[in-house]
Design a protein around this ligand. Structure first.
Ligand code: TXA
Ligand code: MG
Length: 357
């Protein structure tokens, strides 16, 4: 057991705290920190010993590579081989921000554990001010997966990190709730003017199109890509069970709200009859209809504001666990904008269990 120190960015010692956390990173220790997507579990990407600690603390399979975080574009010179103008254009438009670019790695630049033996490395420059300050103070490339135990929902609060990793890591920089609430978009460059989305995330397809209007974008539709991933995962992390709450989660889809409600009410009643604790995750528009039954009801916010739903998803999944909910029905959404990432995570959390009404 390690004692896990928590530094609160809200207090007046924030600057000293960042310096202390950065020093621990430089010494090869594990420090969790907020980003604009989710909390990351950081370690010096150059040190195999430090990076091995990440896999151990998370219980993460070693064939799943890590994203390297930088504070300054000049750090790329030592990390990756020369990259295309399209990559430059995307960095120029969308960094700092929730976009991870998979680029050819400079041999020897990071521990082989970071890349899981691949010849590429995922790199991103986060936009969270605390992350940027910490990365700049550490001065080294920082490998950081989401700071959850493997398979659990990613942490959007420092408390979630503590829940999963307290006693396993040296410290947690507490910067409050993360903004977007879902992980970065991971892309690979498949040609001079072509890219493929390996994992939908905080940067939407629409934003990629705007940043690089000339580029051809391969954005696999969710259901199809999910099936493909099972057969031949391109982004190694996509093949594992992910983001799952302890209760059995099913997604409810269908254009009629009345039918979705009727289906969930019926399922909740059946679960109650079987002595199971039921929960539902619905948009505000359907909340009133679900309240008053036996289900534990959580809401995404309005169906008109998918950003809010993205922000709340992981916390809601953790809350079902805290309440001991055994069966969960969650409304799905259209895969537009951030909805693409939201549906991707929901499908994984549900092990693709979907009911169409
Ligand atoms: O928003 C995020 O990206 C967060 C924060 C902390 O930055 N990090 C994150 O890391 O989500 P993680 O480890 O949970 O997910 C990394 C994803 C995995 O799906 C992994 O397979 C993929 O990125 N990935 C990393 N390196 C890759 C590579 N060289 N080629 C293909 N996929 C890669
Ligand atoms: Mg993760």
């Amino acid at each position: 057991m390690t004692t896990t120190k928590v530094w609160r960015m809200a207090d007046e010692h924030a600057e000293e705290s960042i310096a202390e956390a950065a020093e621990l990173l430089r010494r090869g220790e594990l420090v969790a920190f907020p980003t604009e997507t989710v909390y990351g579990l950081g370690a010096d990407a150059r040190s195999s010993e430090a990076v091995a600690g990440i896999f151990q603390a998370k219980g993460r399979p070693s064939d799943n590579p890590l994203i390297v975080h930088i504070a300054n574009i000049s750090q790329l010179d030592e990390l990756v081989l020369p990259y295309s103008t399209l990559a430059k254009q995307l960095m120029g438009q969308l960094w700092p921000g929730p976009l991870t670019l998979v680029l050819p790695v400079q041999p020897g630049a990071v521990s082989p554990l970071v890349t899981a033996g691949l010849s590429t490395v995922g790199v991103r420059m986060p936009s969270h001010p605390v992350a940027l300050r910490l990365l700049a103070a550490a001065g080294c490339p920082v490998a950081a997966p989401s700071a959850n135990r493997s398979g659990r929902p990613s942490p959007t609060l420092a408390e979630h990190v503590a829940e999963d990793l307290s006693g396993r890591i040296s410290g947690i920089v507490d910067g409050g709730a993360t903004g977007i609430g879902l992980e970065s978009t991971v892309i690979e460059l498949t040609g001079e003017q072509a890219l493929r989305i390996l994992r939908p995330g905080g940067v939407t397809v629409e934003q990629l199109r705007e940043a690089a209007p000339q580029a051809e974008i391969d954005a696999p539709a969710d259901a199809a890509s999910a099936a493909e991933e099972l057969a031949a995962p391109r982004s190694p992390g996509m093949k594992y069970t992910h983001y799952a709450p302890k209760g059995e989660l099913s997604i409810v889809q269908g254009s009629s709200a009345a039918e979705r409600i009727a289906y969930m009410q019926e399922q909740v009643a059946q679960a109650a009859n079987a002595g199971l604790k039921a929960g539902v995750l619905v948009f505000d528009e359907q909340a009133a209809a679900m309240q008053g039954g036996s289900a534990f009801v959580l809401t995404y916010g309005s169906g008109q504001q998918l950003e809010q739903a993205a922000h709340r998803l992981y916390a809601a999944l953790r809350q079902f666990d805290a309440e001991g909910v055994q069966r969960i029905w969650a409304e799905g959404c259209e895969p537009d904008g951030i909805g693409a990432a939201l549906m991707n995570r929901l499908l994984k959390a549900a092990g693709h269990r979907t009911h169409q009404v």
